[in-house]
Design a protein around this ligand. Structure first.
Ligand SMILES: [Mg+2]
Length: 436
């Protein structure tokens, strides 16, 4: 074991090693990298680091290599090849690989529509003031919001979170700060509120419209959402107004529900990554279950309406799902999935979501009331639920790639069904895969 460890130490200790940093700038064209690396080739030259990016067709390539026995010849060779290709080339000889060993690595996601230079400047300033360094920046999305992800290391994470939250509010961008590294990869649990988060509007108000008590119920709901009323009391008060409604009203209301834009994309994308998805709602199980089934949601916890002789009694069955119960559900679902809370994401808009949002690894206030927004770790203030995916580092391109795959599967399914019209039984395998 000791020998292996010695070898590893030797492999990473380059402090006395002569190295050359090669920087290439210019208009990108096919085959550039191949020719540059060919020019660097020598038997004793080793590639230590490479960073390349292209913005609007302009390429910037940084390569760090060991100097080898004849660094002058190598630098002359790569400079000539680069210039012949129309690039600006610089070669700087030095010692070692001084890329700092990153610690306290965080992803700072900036979302905005639009993102102004001053917002980036102020957030970068806040990061620097917290003693942290920006190691890398990449664009995650340009539509429907612009998102930049800053990889940050060092400094005081708590101070950084506080400072960037202040800048976010000041410069009208949304910001999420999440730990980088393995914690960000792999399976996680997403728990979403339903009313005004997964769906537009509040179901109880739709039910109330059928009972002709909409204004009365909306007033109680708004007071509860602002935290002025105890949620359980307000729920009982609102449900009581529904007494006597035929149970068929639940189907009628369900038909009118509109998903928040991006809701289906969130579920499809995260399911494809192996995430577990749960809905936790102060609304009603009877309405939510079919929506959850349609979206492939794995778990649901919500209030249950009591029905006797085909009519709502104006009471709920079982325990009330209030602010505390929502956080409990998050914890229980995480435990059932064998996931630590650091691997949970919660999204909600109301005061009764606050405990759940603060218990989750990443709690996102979605178009929330100011009081909720102030207390949540992150907020999204554009009406697109899939913006949350950007905060997880999932790019628009990756989402669109998955959407295309899904459309291809749908298309295959339609073709397969069309070609099996003569058969008494459709191709079950194709139908099943289309429902993934
Ligand atoms: Mg809500």
């Amino acid at each position: 074991m000791a020998k292996v460890s010695d070898k590893l130490t030797q492999a990473i200790d380059l402090s006395d090693q002569r190295t050359v940093l090669v920087r290439i700038k210019g208009e990108d064209s096919p085959g550039v990298s191949s020719q540059i690396f060919e020019a660097l080739s020598a038997p004793d030259v080793v590639v230590l680091d490479v960073e390349q990016l292209v913005v609007r067709g302009e390429l910037l390539l940084n390569v760090l290599v060991t100097a080898g026995a004849n660094e002058g010849a190598m630098m002359a060779r790569v400079t000539e090849v680069g210039r012949n290709l129309g690039f600006k080339v610089s070669c700087r000889a030095g010692l070692g690989d001084n890329r700092p060993k990153p610690r306290n690595r965080l992803a700072v996601s900036i979302l905005g529509n639009p993102v102004r230079p001053i917002a980036v400047s102020e957030v970068a300033g806040a990061i620097s003031a917290a003693g942290a360094n920006i190691d890398r920046v990449r664009r995650v999305s340009r539509w429907p919001v612009t998102t930049f992800e800053l990889e940050v290391s060092g400094g005081d994470s708590d101070q950084l979170r506080r400072e960037v939250a202040i800048k976010a509010a000041q410069y009208r961008v949304d910001i999420a700060v999440s730990p980088l590294g393995l914690a960000r990869r792999g399976r996680r649990l997403l728990v979403m509120d339903v009313d005004s988060t997964l769906i537009t509007g509040e179901v109880i108000e739709m039910l109330a419209a059928h009972a002709g008590v909409e204004a009365q119920v909306r007033d109680v709901t708004e007071r509860a959402m602002r935290g002025e009323l105890d949620f359980a009391e307000s729920l009982h008060e609102r449900v009581a107004t529904l007494k006597g409604l035929p149970v068929s009203v639940l189907d009628e209301v369900r038909e009118t529900i509109v998903l928040t834009p991006g809701a289906r994309t969130v579920c499809r994308t995260l399911r494809s990554l192996g995430y577990s998805i749960a809905l936790v709602s102060g609304g009603f199980q009877e309405i939510i279950e079919p929506i959850a089934a349609d979206l492939g949601v794995h778990r649901v916890r919500a209030n249950q309406l009591e029905v006797v002789d085909g009519h709502l009694t104006g009471r709920v069955r079982g325990p009330v799902i209030d602010r505390a119960a929502k956080a409990t559900a998050l914890r229980e679902f995480a435990a059932a999935e064998d996931l630590p809370l650091s691997r949970t994401i919660a999204i909600g808009d109301g005061a009764n979501d606050l405990d759940m949002l603060s218990a989750a690894g990443l709690g996102v206030a979605f178009n929330a009331k100011p009081m909720v927004r102030r207390q949540a770790k992150a907020s999204v203030n554009v009406p697109f639920l899939d913006s949350v995916l950007y905060m997880l580092g999932i790019s628009r391109e990756e989402i669109e790639e998955l959407e295309r795959e899904h459309l291809d599967v749908e298309h295959e399914r339609e073709s397969a069904l069309a070609s099996t019209t003569r058969s008494a039984e459709p191709d079950r395998e194709v139908v099943r895969s289309a429902n993934i």
